[in-house]
Design a binder for this molecule. Sequence first.
Ligand code: CO
Length: 187
Amino acid sequence: MKKLMVLLLTTVIFIGCGEEKKEQKIKLGDYDNSKMVENTTSEEVNDNATLTNNENDMDDQNSEMVEVRIEGNDKMQFNKDKITVPSGKTIKLTLVHVGELPEKVMGHNVVILKKGTDVQKFATEAINFANNNYVPKNAENVIAHTEIIGGGESTTIEFEAPEPGTYTFICSFPGHYVNMQGAFVVE
Ligand code: CO
């Protein structure tokens, strides 16, 4: 009886040791895709570069015209004593009377005088030309002038800028030139 038990035990031991273990090797190769990242965004950057060059056409057409605005008020004042414009341009000058007094009481104009003009002498003579916007007819020393306007009115003139230099502009309404004058500078 004891011999039988020994045989059974040894058989069990043999069977337990006889199993083969097969190792499974997991292949880790062929997955090295980390270098596949590409710079796919670089081709999209240049699309906006061609959209910027068409906006200057209107500016080129209007670049010969320079607009200037000046105001006169009921206190016998211009709102600026210096107007600066570039040479070689057409000047579009607008005078706005921001007051309320009528033309015959507080009339304003802008008269730009040539260099060397005696301003006081010119203004004194201008008093005689009420029917010509207080500008002597055929005056050789006037570069440009507006009409006389009253409160709430405006007037615009266009003229070619004279050669570079500093000129005097005045309101030639009687008595106004003392207080209403300034420098018209062409650069
Ligand atoms: Co005036």
